[in-house]
Design a protein around this ligand. Structure first.
Ligand code: AR6
Length: 175
């Protein structure tokens, strides 16, 4: 089992499942959501998302990956940042946990995550990276999911460096 960080575009990742930073309506949008809809094929992905009937904040639901290399897209709905006192960290942690569980239920062995909530939803990037790494480590250490590779895909250098620092620090799954 490995958690790794790369700098890049999540739509290009050759893994079993990629995670989307979606909204409650699963209605498509900007940021990574827009990039995933373009790369997967807008019409097909929109139809598959509509059939799911929305998704609560902190939860995740899957569609096929259509034109992507990834077989599945796990649509996770992160919290909007409202200052940090409104359960944002727990909701963000829940996105990472639920995405792993949904991917594992589909039989995925590798999964790539974007930095959920850190764009349009305004979650401070360094804090979101800490939540991501600690939640992934604790979930993977406590639950047998059959997932062998988790890749954190940073779209900017600062996020990438933050992931590298966190992954280098001691934790249950550090090398
Ligand atoms: N690959 C990897 N990361 C990316 C990519 C990409 N191609 N494009 C952007 N990012 P955001 P949110 C990074 O705004 O904050 C949408 O409209 C980006 O730099 O995509 O959860 C949804 O429909 C940032 O670090 O998602 C929702 O309405 C991170 O992805 C809302 O935005 C997340 O930024 C969700 O907002």
């Amino acid at each position: 089992m490995a958690i790794e960080a790369v700098r890049g575009d999540i739509t290009r990742q050759e893994v079993d499942a990629i995670v989307n930073a979606a909204n409650q309506g699963l209605a498509g949008g900007g940021g990574v959501d827009g990039a995933i809809h373009r790369a997967a094929g807008r019409a097909q992905l929109r139809a598959a998302c509509e059939a799911l009937g929305g998704c609560a904040t902190g939860d995740a639901k899957a569609t096929p990956g259509f034109n992507l290399a990834a077989q599945w897209i796990i649509h996770a709905v992160g919290p909007r940042w409202r200052g940090g006192g409104h359960g944002e960290a727990e909701l963000l942690a829940s996105c990472y946990r639920r995405s792993l569980v949904v991917a594992a239920e589909l039989g995925a062995r590798s999964i790539a995550f974007p930095a959920i909530s850190t764009g349009i939803y305004g979650y401070p990037a360094a804090e979101a990276a800490s939540v991501a790494v600690s939640t992934l480590r604790s979930t993977l250490a406590s639950t047998p999911l059959g997932i062998e590779l988790v890749r954190l895909v940073a779209f900017d250098d600062a996020t990438f460096e933050r992931y590298r620092e966190l992954l280098a620090a001691p934790g249950p799954l550090s090398p």
